[in-house]
Design a protein around this ligand. Structure first.
Ligand SMILES: [Mg+2]
Length: 619
């Protein structure tokens, strides 16, 4: 700046016959070059004393004002939980305007995290009707008019719902059944419960609902007495949805007593003794409850991820049931539903007594208590008998497809990092505008888990784009900030991602991802989410933003330049570690494209104006 002032002064003085001839003051140095040098040093003195400190303060004040604008924007206020967009960092609003990559979680971020029980399969028969967003995505993929098909399906469900409610009340006038709360619609289920498909199926249906009402860690919460309404408080919203469906079908959890639970089974109150509860955690992926039934039998009910339960079933039995249940669960997963398997095991008094003694020893252990308990639980949850499976829907939040389309139009690349299965993630991708029919899906799965195969596959995929993964190509990719052509999308599994994130393959993988319009990483762990963000941030030297809602997103939120937390039902861990907290995903569009852009623009203009002001005052 000083040099520019010097040169400009020298040149204009040298020109002559300018307006300056008419001013009274003459040349200081005598000749234009010396005048230029003198001006240079004058500028150094002026600028060094006056510019930095006041400029710094002005920038801070402007940023503070911008944070206030963001906080008070009514268009980003989420009335449902009384939550405005809350800036936790005041001084990075201009970074929002420079975001190139957005990394998003799925459950609770793109979806509502409000679980609705939609379907189930009991004793080999599927029940339930739903027209899910993933189904709509699938239809869209097949070229079906989604509006017409959706309206038809919804009309059919509404009709069936009325008859289901009527039939349920014919069995028993369940006072806890609330018409608006019913999510599981299947009049066939009720008909079979009443014996339309034989005694065996009626028993299976009733036993399945009993299992749902017994195997959980849910606490009932009485909302009102007249009409009697019971809500359920649970650690995970999935569990509450299961128990609520059992309630709607006439198996209501009334209270948890010191010994066990009291259920109302089609109007009759029955006490069940809960002997043990083997709790859920993310490595076990299952939970069990050991119950003494009123007839004295001891039954272990176990529910968990389908792969886990299937590996624990008694070998060589129920072959037909297992095949049909697995098939139904796969259809449910393709429709974007979250599936769980339910199984049981009958124990003899002696078996239980022996096991319980070991369990008590493990529970009393001082060292390695967790591991010992897990070992004992693992020994018990074997040789199970399959009962069926459940499917729960987690709907997309309002405005998610529009926001994703808008961000894509602005040239921002959105990557979705989810813990879901590949099929579920693809269908959700279609329903939220991330993927479309014109795209070629590159599905990355490494079957034999070897580095060589992964490297070979990567080279093959790069060939599609005429690339070889050389450092020069990466350098060129770094300089290219244009969004990739919407021709390809990449879907990768967590196991494969582990190989591709290795130092050796990382840059080539990044180059491949850079060519794809959408990237979906499925079945990824929290640390993998953070590694993906780091790979893009460091590898491409761009501004990144992460958005998530749960504790599993904290690593990713902290890794990105700007972290956005969603205040949802999964606690406030993500919000606490974020730079901006919002109530719904759709506000992200406004935050980045309106506030981010304006903040960046204003700040840039303010700095230029600041220098202009200083020049005017001090020259
Ligand atoms: Mg989440």
């Amino acid at each position: 700046m000083c040099l520019a002032s010097g040169i400009v002064q020298g040149l204009t003085w040298a020109k002559g016959h300018e307006s300056l001839d008419y001013f009274e003051f003459g040349s200081i140095g005598g000749s234009p070059p010396i005048d230029g040098i003198v001006t240079f040093w004058t500028a150094v003195i002026l600028f060094q004393n006056l510019v930095p400190i006041s400029l710094y303060i002005s920038i801070e004040i402007v940023k503070l004002a911008q944070a206030f604008f963001i906080y008070s924007d009514v268009d980003m206020y989420y009335a449902h939980i009384d939550y405005p967009c809350t800036p936790k960092s005041w001084n990075i609003s201009d970074d929002l305007g420079q975001i190139e990559y957005i990394f998003s979680d799925k459950t609770g971020t793109l979806t509502q995290n409000v679980m609705e029980f939609k379907k189930c399969t009991i004793n080999g028969i599927p029940y339930g009707e739903a027209y899910t967003e993933a189904q709509a995505g699938m239809d869209k993929r097949a070229g079906v008019d989604v509006e017409v098909e959706g309206a038809r399906a919804r009309a059919q469900i509404a009709k069936d719902r009325v008859s289901m409610l009527r039939e349920l009340r014919e069995i028993h006038k369940n006072p806890y059944l609330d018409n608006d709360q019913l999510t599981f619609v299947s009049s066939e289920f009720v008909a079979d419960l009443r014996g339309a498909a034989g005694e065996e199926q009626a028993k299976a249906n009733s036993h399945f609902m009993l299992a749902l009402a017994l195997c959980h860690t849910v606490l009932p919460d009485r909302l009102s007495e007249d009409p009697p309404r019971i809500d359920f408080k649970a650690q995970s919203p999935d569990e509450a949805a299961l128990v609520a469906t059992a309630r709607d079908c006439g198996f209501t959890l009334l209270e948890c007593t010191s010994k066990g639970v009291r259920l109302s089974i089609q109007g009759t109150e029955v006490d069940f003794e809960v002997l043990n509860t083997l709790e859920f955690n993310s490595s076990r992926k299952r939970m069990s409850a050991i119950i003494r039934m009123p007839d004295g039998k001891i039954i272990l009910f176990c529910k968990g991820a389908d792969s886990i339960i299937y590996s624990r079933l008694a070998p060589g039995q129920q072959a037909e049931l297992r095949a049909s249940t697995a098939e139904h669960l796969e259809i449910f997963a393709r429709e974007g539903l979250r599936t769980l398997c339910i199984a049981q095991k009958e124990l003899t008094e002696e078996e239980y007594r022996v096991w319980n003694r070991e369990h008590e020893i493990a529970a009393a252990a001082v060292h390695g208590r967790e591991e010992k308990l897990e070992e004992v639980a693992d020994a018990m949850e074997r040789e199970l008998t399959l009962l069926g499976g459940t499917a729960i829907e987690d709907r997309l939040q309002d405005g998610v497809p529009d926001t994703i389309a808008l961000l894509a139009e602005a040239g921002i690349k959105l990557w979705v990092l989810t813990g879901d299965k590949v099929e579920t993630a693809i269908n959700i991708g279609f329903s939220c505008n991330l993927l479309d029919n014109g795209m070629d899906l590159i599905l990355v799965k490494v079957d034999d888990d070897s580095m060589e195969t992964a490297a070979r596959m990567l080279d093959e995929y790069l060939q599609i784009f005429n690339l070889h993964g050389t450092p020069e190509e990466l350098e060129a990719a770094r300089k290219d900030h244009n969004p990739p052509a919407p021709t390809h999308a990449l879907v990768i599994d967590g196991e494969a991602l582990k190989l591709f994130l290795d130092e050796e393959l990382r840059m080539k993988f990044l180059l491949l991802c850079k060519q794809c319009k959408a990237v979906l990483c499925c079945r990824v762990s929290p640390s993998q989410k953070a590694s993906v963000v780091q790979m893009v941030k460091k590898g491409l030297d761009v501004m990144t933003l992460s958005i998530g809602d749960g504790a599993n997103d904290v690593a990713m939120i902290q890794e990105a330049d700007v972290g956005v937390g969603l205040a949802g039902v999964e606690g406030r861990a993500a919000v606490m570690s974020s730079d901006y907290a919002i109530g719904q995903f759709r506000f992200l569009g406004r935050l980045v494209l309106v506030h981010g852009r304006w903040s960046y623009h204003r700040l840039a203009e303010m700095v230029a104006n600041f220098f202009y002001k200083v020049c005017v005052i001090f020259s």
